[in-house]
Write a protein that binds this ligand. Structure first.
Ligand code: AMP
Length: 270
């Protein structure tokens, strides 16, 4: 991969990169299309990264469909689909990890304490392998996107980060590979994430600026859904990820909710 990327760069081509864990959906494809629009050569990586999963999480049952992913990539103008194995990425004796220390412990980092260390480590490795001019990440994983931007800035990666908007199902559920875990009943219940975010947006539009009012309304809405258990609802500064009491600047409303056994995340920016 590294040799191929270096040769391509030397030929003067602009490399766009989209890292994924596969089981591609329209959210992933929107990132790939954005990359294809601005790059001469598009690389998609497909790697279910073990270091970003905690014990007891869904690493072993994470959905996979290589044949379908490959066909979708070919249709969407991907030049290289890079699929390393875990043994190639983390050979015996592997001992170097990249840690972001300020943003990673908040929001998803509370219930998934090692998650973002796995993300920064694998993204740093992938950037070194693919040598992209730019990489595209989804706003769906807002905290991840923020942490990757921080890593690129602090470690001087020569990579521009682009963030693509959240792609949703027609009824509002944010697309996610994990949606396939949901039973039909849970699939209906999962709409409570988007409904709660819409309610926050509506209150904000109507002039409400007290963050506790928004989160209380969201909490009440989700509490009425039988299979839903809130991991967190947070209203934070979009840049620092620190909680805000009064909404003034760009504010991220983010939540993680367990629907049955499936943990889903979603967000809006006010
Ligand atoms: P994943 O395969 O879940 O690790 O996601 C790979 C990339 O796709 C990440 O940058 C995600 O933020 C992005 N992504 C996942 N779902 C969506 C979505 N519904 N809309 C936009 N981007 C998404």
């Amino acid at each position: 991969m590294q040799r191929l990327a270096r040769r391509t760069r030397r030929a003067g081509k602009r490399i766009g990169f989209v890292p994924t864990m596969g089981y591609l959906h329209d959210g992933h494809l929107s990132l790939i299309r954005l990359a294809a629009k601005r790059a001469d050569w598009v690389v998609v990586s497909l790697f279910v990264n073990p270091t970003q999963f905690g014990p007891g999480e869904d690493l072993d049952r994470y959905p996979r469909d290589f044949t379908r992913d490959k066909a979708l990539c070919a249709e969407t103008g991907v030049d290289v689909l890079f699929c390393p194995t875990a043994a190639e990425m983390y050979p015996p004796g592997y001992s170097v990890y990249v840690a972001e220390t300020r943003l990673s412990g908040r929001l998803c980092g509370v219930s998934r304490p090692h998650h973002f260390g796995g993300v920064t480590t694998v993204v740093a490795k992938l950037f070194n392998l693919v040598a992209p001019d730019f990489a595209v990440f989804g706003q769906k994983d807002a905290q991840q996107a923020r942490i990757v931007r921080q890593m690129v800035r602090d470690l001087n990666f020569p990579v521009k980060i682009r963030i693509a908007p959240i792609v949703r199902e027609p009824d509002g559920l944010a697309m996610s590979s994990r949606n396939r875990y949901l039973s039909p009943g849970e699939r209906a219940d999962a709409l409570c994430l988007h409904r709660a975010l819409q309610e926050a947006e509506r209150l904000h539009r109507d002039g409400e600026r007290d963050a506790s009012v928004l989160s209380a309304r969201m909490r009440a809405l989700i509490a009425g859904v039988a299979s839903a258990e809130i991991d967190y609802i947070e209203i934070v500064d979009d840049e620092t990820l620190q909680p805000v009491e009064t909404i003034t600047g760009r504010t991220l409303v983010a939540l993680a909710v367990r629907i049955g056994k499936t943990r889903l995340i979603d967000n809006v920016v006010l």
